[in-house]
Design a protein around this ligand. Structure first.
Ligand code: NAP
Ligand code: G4F
Length: 352
C-alpha cells in the first residue's frame, strides 16, 4: 500500500485527489491547518474511510511540516496548499509570498531531512500554474514558454517553480511541477469567476437574486475540469524520471462566453446593451431587468488577458488527455448549483 501526503486537502483539487488516491488503494494523510471550526465540507464525507487520516500543519511553519512528514512517512507528496486567489494576492502579498513561495522550500527541506534520517525516497508534486505565463510571450503556452507573472500570486509561484526544479537538479530529488491551466468544478471556491457565475445564475433562476456584479469580462482562460487534472498530477509521479508538464485543454474562452453559456443552460435569455467597460450591462430579454453589471472593484491592478495551454507533452509522455471540455463543464456546474440551491430552499427532495 502506497502512502500519500496531500497539502491543501480541504481545497477543490485536494478533495478530488484524495478520493482518487483512496480509490487506488493508497493510504492518504491530509495536511490541514488548525481552524476554529472542525467542518471541512469538501472532505467531511471521507472521514469514514480508515485509510484517510489528518495531520495538522501549516506551510508557514517549518516544524509542523517536518512533524507531518515524520508521522505520515509518505511515498508521494502533493503540495496543493496555497493562497490561491490572484486578486486577493494583491491585498495580502507578503502572506502569499510566504505560503506559496517560501512554504515550498520549507517542504523541500523537510523532505531532504526525512530522506537523510530514514533513507526513504519521497516523490514530490508542486502545484505550479499557468499564471506563471501572465502577460504571455507566446500563444499557446507550453513548457518552454518564458514566464512573465503579473501578480504577487504568480511571482510567489515563480519562486516555487524554480526552487522545485533546483532541488531536482541539485539533490536528485524526484520533484515535478505541474503547470496547470484553470480547472473548475462544482467544488470550485465561491469567489473564483466560474463558480461565482454559476451560483448567481442559479439564484436568479430561482428568483432570489437580481443581478451579478463582475469585473473584466474579456479575459480568456483555458478552462478544464479539476477531476481530469488531478489524474495528471498522479501520472507525473508515476513516471520513471521527474519532469515538468503543462496540463490544459488547448481551448480558451472569455469570461463573457462562460457567462452567456451559463445563462443559456439555465434557460434565461440575455443580451448585452453593447456599451463598453463599466457601462456594459446584460439585460434579461423576457423581463427587461439588468442581470449583469460591471463593478470595477473586481478589476485587478494588472490583468492576465489571454491564457491558452498546449498539453502535447503531457499527452505524449503521460498519456493524459482532458475528458471534459467547456460546454459540459458549464452545464455540470450550473446543474450542481441549481440542485444545491433547490435543496437549501425546498429541502432534501428539491423543488416540489
Ligand atoms: P483552493 O481550493 O483554494 O485550496 C487551497 C488549499 O490550500 C486549501 O486546502 C487551504 O486550506 C490550503 N492552504 C492555504 N494556505 C495554507 C497554508 N499556509 N498551510 C496549509 N494549507 C494552506 O485551491 P485549488 O483550486 O484546489 O488549487 C490547488 C493548488 O493548485 C493551489 O496551490 C493553486 O494555487 C494551484 N493551482 C490551481 C489552479 C486552478 O485552476 N484551480 C490552477 C493552477 C494551479 P484551508 O481550507 O484551511 O483554507
Ligand atoms: O476565476 P479567477 O479568479 O481565476 P484566475 O485569476 O485565472 O486564477 C485561477 O487560475 C489560476 C491558473 O491560471 C490559478 F493558478 C489560480 O490559483 C486560480 O485558481 O479569474 C479569472 C478571470 C480573471 O481575468 C478575472 O479578472 O476572471 C476575471 N473576473 C471578472 N470578474 C473575475 C471577476 N474574477 C473573479 N474572481 N471575480 C469576478 O467577479
Amino acid at each position: 500500500m502506497k502512502t500519500a501526503l496531500i497539502t491543501g486537502v480541504t481545497g477543490q483539487d485536494g478533495s478530488y485527489l484524495t478520493e482518487f488516491l483512496l480509490s487506488k488503494g493508497y493510504k492518504v494523510y491530509g495536511f490541514v491547518r488548525r481552524t476554529s471550526e472542525m467542518k471541512r465540507a469538501r472532505i467531511d464525507p471521507l472521514h469514514s474511510n480508515p485509510n484517510f487520516k489528518l495531520v495538522y500543519g501549516d506551510l508557514c511553519d517549518s516544524s509542523s511540516i517536518l512533524n507531518a512528514l515524520r508521522k505520515a512517512m509518505p511515498d508521494e507528496i502533493y503540495n496543493l496548499a496555497a493562497q490561491s486567489h490572484v486578486k486577493i494576492s494583491f491585498e495580502i502579498p507578503e502572506y502569499t509570498a510566504d505560503a506559496n513561495g517560501v512554504g515550498v522550500v520549507r517542504m523541500l527541506e523537510a523532505i531532504r531531512r526525512v530522506e537523510e534520517e530514514t533513507g526513504k525516497k519521497i516523490r514530490f508534486y508542486q502545484a505550479s500554474t499557468s499564471e506563471l505565463y501572465g502577460k504571455a510571450v507566446e500563444i499557446p503556452q507550453k513548457e518552454t514558454t518564458s514566464f512573465y507573472p503579473r501578480s504577487p500570486y504568480g511571482i510567489a509561484k515563480l519562486y516555487a517553480f524554480w526552487i522545485t526544479k533546483n532541488y531536482r537538479e541539485s539533490y536528485g530529488m524526484f520533484a515535478c511541477n505541474g503547470i496547470l491551466f484553470n480547472h473548475e468544478s462544482p467544488r470550485r471556491g465561491e469567489n473564483f469567476v466560474t463558480r461565482k457565475i454559476t451560483i448567481e445564475v442559479a439564484k436568479i433562476k430561482e428568483g432570489i437574486s437580481k443581478c451579478i456584479y463582475l469585473g473584466n469580462l474579456d479575459a480568456k482562460r483555458d478552462w478544464g475540469h479539476a477531476k481530469d487534472y488531478i489524474e495528471g498530477m498522479w501520472l507525473m509521479l508515476q513516471k520513471e524520471k521527474p519532469d515538468d508538464y503543462v496540463l490544459a485543454t488547448g481551448e480558451n474562452h472569455s469570461v463573457r462566453e462562460f457567462l452567456e453559456e451559463a445563462f443559456r443552460v439555465a434557460g434565461i435569455p440575455i443580451k448585452s446593451n453593447g456599451k463598453k467597460g463599466i457601462h456594459e450591462e446584460y439585460i434579461r430579454t423576457d423581463t427587461g431587468e439588468a442581470v449583469v453589471k460591471i463593478d470595477p472593484s473586481y478589476y485587478r491592478p494588472a490583468e492576465v488577458d489571454v491564457l491558452l495551454g498546449d498539453p502535447s507533452k503531457a499527452k505524449k509522455e503521460l498519456g493524459w488527455k482532458p475528458k471534459v471540455m467547456f460546454r459540459d463543464l458549464v452545464k455540470e456546474m450550473i446543474d450542481a448549483d441549481m440542485k444545491l440551491l433547490q435543496k437549501e430552499l425546498y429541502g432534501s427532495k428539491g423543488r416540489r
